[in-house]
Design a protein around this ligand. Structure first.
Ligand code: DQQ
Length: 462
């Protein structure tokens, strides 16, 4: 049966039906990019987790494949939770968390999370090998293994909770089956969360990056506004040792809906990240249509001169571009100008000259529900959603860049928006739920002038 097209993405990966959360096992294997994901195929709600599966030649056109892992037990009888993939010789290995309760599922005391292995020669059919790391004594939350190769060893980081402190643990192996406990890799300081989910560890430029998704960081001003966050610590590492970080936890995305990102390397050594475009507390109105959740665009990471991680759309994303339509406007003076009607799958490019823009607010609107605008008084770039019918209202924002150019690449795909600021300096990702007659894009300036150096859009999904 056909899926209701009103919110189902045209160029992002979503389950054909049912529920999706975290991306898992992102990897290049035998000529294909593989994306697995947390999946409940039987309903659009979270349930016993399976690994959904898709592959792509170019990271933007995806082919769905059969479910790769199902919770068949004994080690994973209540769910195949998040994990990663590595290429081991001719085989594709998946390392994931077996989730199980001994007794009733209403208390963490009965919860056991163990790390499991599965492998495949064709990248489609997987043989499960069961548990390779048991739950350490006294722990219950112990999940989301990320494995990488360095020198002669495999290493694995695993997220965990020790009482009320988030932790990452380190393991080492030569064969992916027998693992040695190398102790605590990193641990939350005061206020940094009670559980660290989905740790990932990699080299970027001359730094090491620990990317993870902490639960339990309190909102503070404009920071940590979602229920859970995703971000990173930068630091140094000697193989086998704990990670030493310098500086604070920095959020990777500043929108309403981005969680549990995972990274992988392309054959030409770009570090790409994909996240879940949803948040646990989100109302997810697409559940009415039998599906929920989508993955973000692939995003390339780099380190800037100030040692901040930049995140911009992977080059492959431009392959989606169809025709380009320049916007019929340069300067706006207290007015609103229609750019296009019925924008379902578009990339809008805008470059504002901030020093020549005096308007109190100026930016782009999609129908009555979404505005992406500069608040000149607050000196912030704001993403504002207003879908009261679905209890989705409110803003996320970032400070304006120090230079006078604000350039935006805004990707709309029916029920998502991803805003990339100044070539990767910041990103805001949110889910949106416009009605069919609320898809017109306009540019506006309120109370004053706004000056555009560039404005137009591409139709996407070629
Ligand atoms: N989702 C998975 C867990 C992970 C969490 C369960 C993060 O493995 O910790 O679906 O969203």
């Amino acid at each position: 049966s056909a899926i209701n097209p009103r919110w189902y993405p045209r160029y992002h990966l979503a389950a054909r039906a049912g529920w999706m959360n975290d991306p898992n096992g992102l990897v290049w294997f035998d000529g294909w990019y593989h994306a697995f994901y947390q999946h409940h195929p039987y309903s659009p709600q979270w349930g016993p987790m399976h690994w959904g599966h898709a592959r792509s030649k170019d990271l933007v056109h995806w082919e769905h494949l059969p479910v790769a892992l199902a919770p068949e037990g004994p080690a994973d009888k209540d769910g195949c939770f998040s994990g990663s993939a590595v290429v081991d010789g001719d085989t594709l290995a998946l390392i994931y968390t077996g989730h199980k309760f001994h007794g009733s599922a209403d208390t963490d005391d009965n919860l056991y999370q163990v790390q499991c292995l599965a492998s495949s020669c064709d990248g489609i059919h997987f043989e499960r090998h069961g548990m390779v790391i048991d739950t350490p004594p006294g722990l219950h939350h112990f999940r989301d293994p990320k494995v990488w190769r360095e020198g002669e060893f495999w290493y694995m980081v695993v997220g965990s909770r020790v009482e009320n402190t988030g932790q990452v643990r380190l393991y080492r192996s030569t064969d992916l089956r027998e693992w040695h406990d190398k102790g605590i890799f990193a641990e939350a300081d005061e206020g940094m969360g009670f559980m660290w989910e989905c740790p990932d560890f990699f080299t970027l430029g001359d730094k090491r990056v620990l990317m993870f998704s902490p639960q339990g960081m309190a909102a503070e001003g404009y920071h940590h506004r979602n229920l859970f966050q995703s971000g990173y610590l930068l630091g140094e590492w000697q193989p086998g040792q704990p990670f030493t970080h310098n500086g604070e936890f920095i959020e990777l995305d500043h929108g309403h809906d981005f969680y549990a990102p995972q990274s992988f390397l392309t054959p030409d050594n770009r570090r790409i990240v994909i996240g879940w475009l949803a948040m646990w507390e989100s109302p997810m109105p697409e559940q009415q249509d039998g599906w929920a959740g989508m993955l973000s665009l692939p995003r390339e990471l780099s380190l800037d001169d100030n040692h901040r991680v930049k995140m911009k759309p992977a080059d492959e994303v431009t392959a989606l571009r169809g025709s380009y339509y320049p916007a019929p406007v340069r300067d706006l003076n207290n007015q609103k100008v229609l750019v296009t009607a019925n924008a379902e799958a578009v990339e809008v490019q805008l470059a504002w000259d901030l020093s020549a823009s005096t308007a109190e607010q100026f930016g782009m609107a999609l129908g009555d529900g979404l505005r992406i605008y500069v608040d000149n008084q607050a000196q912030r770039l704001v993403v504002e959603r207003s879908y009261p019918k679905y209890s989705l209202e409110g803003t996320r924002s970032i400070p304006l860049p120090a230079n006078s150019l604000l350039s935006l690449r805004i990707f709309i795909d029916r029920s998502s928006v991803e805003v990339f600021v100044n070539d990767g300096d910041a990103c805001l990702s949110s889910r949106i739920y416009p009605q069919p007659d609320q898809r017109d894009i306009s540019l506006f300036a309120n109370h004053g002038i706004a000056s555009l150096q560039d404005a137009g859009y591409w139709s996407l999904d070629k």
